[in-house]
Design a protein around this ligand. Structure first.
Ligand code: UT7
Length: 327
């Protein structure tokens, strides 16, 4: 029997600056009414100028380590899911390794946009199952405000900054991560991307003028794809786990748009009371959504030992991911 990976503890960090829909009304041609009715978002957090993805990730990690009673020196591996790394390289995981004093840990980043945290969680679980590593820190951290085009009302109202972290270990007797589904469709790279700043379109004055260093999205196309992919992936994952939706206590969907969550819940025939939703307060924090939601719900005492959690994500790539996990 492979050793399963369980979540020992969680942490989260949200920057203190709140950007409300009313604030956005002063920046672009939008309204609180439009944002709330089309997305469900009321406000989002924005990191300070000198606060980076690694700072937020390290803060979330420190909390997860403290709650789990783990010494940073006992961490074997740090995986950071982010599409807004501090630098192209070194990886954000290396900056965090230094910040938290995890001197023994290997460290690398995973890039699967909004699906990144679940990709990282599944990757980490393989090291635990194989017995190679005992304690792994998995972090989702994003400073999306640094890649948002603050002149584009189609996208700037959607995103926020933040970080979440989990400590993974094998817990004897616990089933932990029961099943997963990971997927990608590289034929759809265009509908959600940051066109410039990689080697494909290097930064030049002309590129900056065209604002190609910022996130671009065909919202409607992404929306439709997201609903289908999240449903399909959840179904595959449930089948892999050998369980039915009514056995799942908590559904944790990617926090992009309340209407996407509603559509997923309706298709699965599951009441919204079993969905964890915090997008009205934080907007879409990409790879950070999932661990922030996990931490907040866990802190509220809503998860009980033995509860089954279905997490499902969707993002640029396009990518999607789901996991069934026993708390
Ligand atoms: O995390 C990665 C995954 N990302 C997502 O899942 C996001 C998926 N997409 C969405 O959530 C939605 O498509 C949006 C929230 C981005 C947009 O909602 P929509 O209902 O698809 O609106 P739309 O793009 O079709 O725009 C409808 C109208 C347009 O005006 P016209 O052309 O009908 O005159 C837009 O220009 O709403 C306009 N609009 C806005 N109006 C006020 C777009 N953004 C805004 C805005 N404020 N912020």
């Amino acid at each position: 029997m492979p050793r399963s990976a369980s979540i020992l503890s969680t942490g989260a960090y949200l920057p203190s600056r709140v950007l409300s829909n009313a604030d956005l009304e002063k920046m672009v041609d939008t309204s609180d009414e439009w944002i709330l009715s089309r997305t469900g978002i009321r406000e989002r957090r924005i990191a300070a100028d000198d606060e980076f993805t690694s700072d937020m990730g390290a803060a979330a990690a420190r909390q997860a380590l403290e709650l789990g009673g783990i010494n940073p020196k006992d961490i074997d591996l740090i995986i950071v899911a982010t599409c807004t790394p501090d630098t192209v390289f070194p990886s954000t995981a290396c900056y965090i390794q230094q910040k938290i004093g995890a001197t023994r840990a290997a460290a690398f980043d995973v890039q699967a946009a909004c699906s990144g945290f679940l990709y990282a969680l599944v990757t980490a679980s393989q090291f635990i199952s194989s017995g190679v590593y005992k304690t792994i820190l998995v972090i989702g951290a994003e400073k999306l405000s640094s890649i948002v085009n603050w002149q584009d009302r189609n996208t700037c109202v959607l995103f926020g900054d933040g970080a979440g972290a989990v400590v993974l270990q094998h817990r004897p007797g616990a089933r932990g991560l029961l099943a997963f589904d990971l997927g990608a469709d590289g034929s759809q790279t265009e509908i959600l991307s940051v066109p410039a700043s990689g080697c494909r379109v290097p930064i030049t004055p002309a590129v900056l003028d065209q604002r190609l260093q910022f996130l671009q999205m065909s919202g409607k196309e992404v929306f439709k794809y997201a609903v289908n992919a999240m449903n399909r992936s959840s179904e595959i994952c449930l089948e892999n786990a050998g369980c039915k939706p009514d056995q799942i206590r908590w559904f944790i969907p990617h926090q992009a748009n309340q209407r996407i969550v509603d559509a997923v819940a309706t298709r699965m025939n599951v009441g919204l009371d079993r969905f964890v939703i915090n997008l009205e307060r934080y907007g879409n924090t990409s790879a950070a959504c999932m661990p922030i939601a996990l931490h907040e719900t866990s802190m509220l005492g809503k998860f009980n030992r033995g509860d089954l959690l279905l997490m499902v994500s969707f993002g640029g790539g396009l990518t999607w991911a789901s996991t069934v996990l026993e708390w």
